[in-house]
Design a protein around this ligand. Structure first.
Ligand SMILES: NC(=O)c1ccc[n+]([C@@H]2O[C@H](COP(=O)([O-])OP(=O)(O)OC[C@H]3O[C@@H](n4cnc5c(N)ncnc54)[C@H](O)[C@@H]3O)[C@@H](O)[C@H]2O)c1
Length: 349
């Protein structure tokens, strides 16, 4: 039995990279508007004709290397939810002093409070990382609370211009939603570029100034996306901003290698977090409102590991955090300036 990839797109539409491919999971005007088909591949349910077929088991959520970051101070932007939350918790479990930053005050503070309640050392800074004053304040918090800064995970990012604290309501948020260039608003372009590209620049500037002043090196990991390595239909600002994150990463690696500061980025595909859930809700509402995308750029929606998984599961936050923390740790001493595809093989084919 063969499966036409377009059938998969018209099917249940479990997606790949941060919303970009979610759009392609929706019926296109140029395609027959068939009723959604069950999302099935030849081995789903497992094909008895293929001995040994199995899925890769994700690293457990509580996996950690005790003491790996003992005595180090690590800053994590976007600590309230998703990968930032998982990274802040694991860094603390591995002994780091953690500075968590988010513009969602109650959720971000709850994460940091839970770390402290479990015996970790952590402080919370509320703010928008696209503002210079907030970036300076988060680094100052590291210095004031823990005496300096060793590692930074610049993870905060958005896919659309909807504030993550707002409930998804496509009818009211149309102008903020990811769209093709001819349909995109200035708000969509400006907010996504400001948070993802400018925010990463301003975060790194504050972090690098402190690391330079300390004179003891450091490690920075920027969170990009597979959308920073290739195009995705219908998400111009996200794709441009994540390419900017990868460009900034390479540039900083060049300028700061002589100071013992390593800078890398991670480029994930679909990772199951609140961002993913919200994007799916948004695009579903948009489809229900009658929107049809051009249907071209979404022929590929799954990573190799998703295709090999009966549930088509995206990667987990724990899987992404495992790579982020490796790149922040001394174990990755030979690595700088790379944009790592942490994408289950998505960009391989
Ligand atoms: N989830 C995916 O499938 C996926 C795929 C590729 C890349 N990414 C990237 O990974 C990163 C983390 O994504 P996630 O899925 O965990 O998202 P998420 O929305 O679940 O969590 C992101 C966190 O960052 C915070 N944040 C966003 N903008 C901020 C700002 N300007 N100032 C302060 N805090 C801010 C949010 O409030 C939230 O707590 C993002 O940069 C995202 O673009 C995600």
């Amino acid at each position: 039995m063969t499966v036409d990839r377009r059938d998969v797109i018209v099917g249940a539409g479990l997606a790949a990279a941060a919303g970009a491919t979610l759009a392609g999971a929706l019926p296109a005007a140029s395609q027959p508007q068939a009723a959604p088909q069950p999302y099935a591949l030849p081995w789903d349910p497992p094909d008895p004709g293929v001995p040994g077929r199995q899925s890769v088991v994700p690293v457990p959520e509580d996996f950690h290397n005790p003491g790996r970051f003992a005595g180090k101070t690590a800053l994590v932007t976007g600590c309230a939810r998703g990968m930032g939350q998982a990274a802040a918790r694991r860094l603390a479990r591995e002994g780091a002093n953690v500075v968590g930053v988010d513009w969602l005050e109650a959720e971000g503070k709850a994460v940091i409070d839970a770390i402290v309640a479990a015996g970790g050392k952590a402080v919370f800074v509320k703010g928008d990382i696209s503002e210079t004053a907030v970036c300076d304040a988060m680094v100052k918090a590291a210095v004031d609370s823990f005496g300096g800064l060793d590692c930074a995970l610049n993870n905060a990012g958005v896919m659309d211009a909807i504030f993550p604290g707002d409930v998804i309501d496509y009818g009211k948020q149309k102008g903020l939603v990811m769209s093709r260039i001819d349909e995109a608003t200035d708000d969509y372009w400006d907010v996504v570029m400001r948070v993802n590209a400018t925010g990463t620049f301003r975060s790194m500037r504050a972090e690098l100034r402190q690391m330079m002043a300390q004179g003891r090196g450091g490690a920075i990991v920027n969170v990009a996306s597979v959308a920073g390595l290739r195009g995705f239909g219908g998400t111009p600002s996200y794709v441009a901003s994540k390419h900017a994150v990868n460009g900034l990463t390479k540039n900083a690696a060049i300028d700061y290698a002589p100071f013992g500061i390593r800078v890398n980025s991670v480029c994930m595909g679909t990772t199951v977090t609140p961002m993913y859930e919200r994007a799916f809700t948004l695009l579903r509402q948009r489809a229900q409102a009658g929107y049809r995308d051009s249907g071209v750029g979404m022929a590929k929606i799954d990573s190799l590991l998703q295709m090999s998984n009966p549930k088509k599961a995206g990667s987990t936050a724990a899987e992404q955090v495992a790579v982020m923390l490796f790149l922040l740790s001394p174990e990755s001493s030979n690595l700088t300036g790379a944009n790592y595809a942490t994408d289950g093989g998505f960009t391989t084919y």
